[in-house]
Design a protein around this ligand. Structure first.
Ligand code: T46
Length: 135
């Protein structure tokens, strides 16, 4: 299983850093939605789902956190701590987010609007869904 991480261009000068993200250029899809999570309580683990069609890029723009990716047959752990790095999470990928630092802000760029119908929230159902798709 290949983990795709993007390193975005930093426009730094003596004033500091700036990162710009443009859809279909820096981000490999049209961005329909941006959301972010912060003030995550100590020890919390979020996610526990996959998406049938949604694609996303996760950027930990402050602090750090870890992401577990699972494609139904393989698992990978990814550490996010750089505000200029984006983790690509394709559709049909189970994800869990954990080990948030107290100051973590995890921003997500999504290819579509929020739709509960696109979620698979049961792990066994996810494994069966992926098996069926790969037949
Ligand atoms: C994902 C991971 C990385 C909305 O109303 N609109 C939204 O766009 C989102 C993302 C959530 N919500 C509501 C639904 C729930 O009542 O916000 C609440 C928390 O959402 P959820 O429990 O789904 O959050 P996470 O952290 O488990 O998952 C989120 C995304 O939902 C998911 O697509 O890939 O972050």
């Amino acid at each position: 299983m290949q983990v795709v991480k993007y390193t975005f261009q930093q426009h730094g000068d003596e004033r500091g850093q700036l990162v710009a993200l443009e859809e279909m250029r820096d981000i490999p899809f049209e961005v329909k939605r941006v959301y972010y999570m912060y003030d995550t309580a100590d020890g919390v683990r979020r996610g526990y789902h996959a998406h049938k069609s949604l694609e996303q890029i996760l950027v930990c723009i402050h602090g750090s956190c870890k992401i577990l990716l699972d494609n139904g047959s393989e698992r990978k752990k990814v550490f996010l701590e750089k505000p200029y790095e984006g983790l690509y999470v394709p559709s049909n990928m189970w994800r869990e987010m954990y080990d948030f630092s107290e100051d973590a802000v995890l921003m997500v760029l999504a290819s579509d609007y929020y739709d509960e119908e696109d979620y698979i929230r049961d792990y066994q159902e996810f494994v069966e869904y992926v098996l069926e798709r790969n037949k």
